[in-house]
Design a protein around this ligand. Sequence first.
Ligand SMILES: Nc1nc2c(ncn2[C@@H]2O[C@H](COP(=O)(O)OP(=O)(O)OP(=O)(O)O)[C@@H](O)[C@H]2O)c(=O)[nH]1
Ligand SMILES: [Mg+2]
Length: 237
Amino acid sequence: MFIQNQMHTHINVLQSYFMQSAQIIKDCPAPNYTEIAMLGRSNVGKSSIINLLLNHKLAKSSSIPGKTKLINFFSTTWELSANKKDSIIHDAVELDEIAMHNKEESSCTKSMRIPLVFIDFPGFGYAKVSKDTKKIWDKHLTDFIYKRQSIKLFCHLIDSRHTDLAIDAEIERFLKAITESRQDCKLLQIYTKDDKLNKSDYHKLKAQNKITISTLKKTPQAIQQLYHAILYASLNW
Ligand SMILES: Nc1nc2c(ncn2[C@@H]2O[C@H](COP(=O)(O)OP(=O)(O)OP(=O)(O)O)[C@@H](O)[C@H]2O)c(=O)[nH]1
Ligand SMILES: [Mg+2]
């Protein structure tokens, strides 16, 4: 699967819904779709970014750390459209492809519908539970992350204002070990809450080609850039 000129494609969220919550791997839905896991420390903005990606407030977010306590699955369908004048979609696998004719522009627009599952996780490093609960919790989480082969993309969310935290270095090591041992999944870093940066720090991150986003002050371009980065990495295009 390969798309020429991704800047001339547009991603639309067609429909999204909450699937189910799970605490252990046996309670999870069947691994039938490409899954994208949102990981990061507590309060970094995992649930908020999932709502942005689903185009619906389905994941519960809160200013109080530790809001998400279970592994939550959300289903969505994204539509990728390309104007034939600018780009060509080469379809190889079982994705649903529709060809439409845009009479006004007298150009042919192709689109494909792509089912995706987003997984919202409890935050790493959330300490306001008893030590025993935390141990069991962490064990279930790491077990799940290691065993769930349908996860094709691990998104590591990092707070734009605090890019050198020890906990993020630990999360990165943990996720790199998984993505390096499996050939079929990727790791993508996303810098959250970029609205809280001053101009100079914002431009510093951008100069390093980092993907940044604000779920509060977002632009259509920033949303499209995020959608494209996630879609292309998760489908290994
Ligand atoms: N300014 C700003 N605030 C944000 C942004 N994204 C999320 N927040 C706020 O940050 C807080 C935490 O957001 P959540 O999405 O609940 O974070 P989380 O990582 O899911 O947190 P846990 O479930 O506790 O691990 C909420 O008050 C959000 O409104 C952003 O881009 N900019
Ligand atoms: Mg959350």
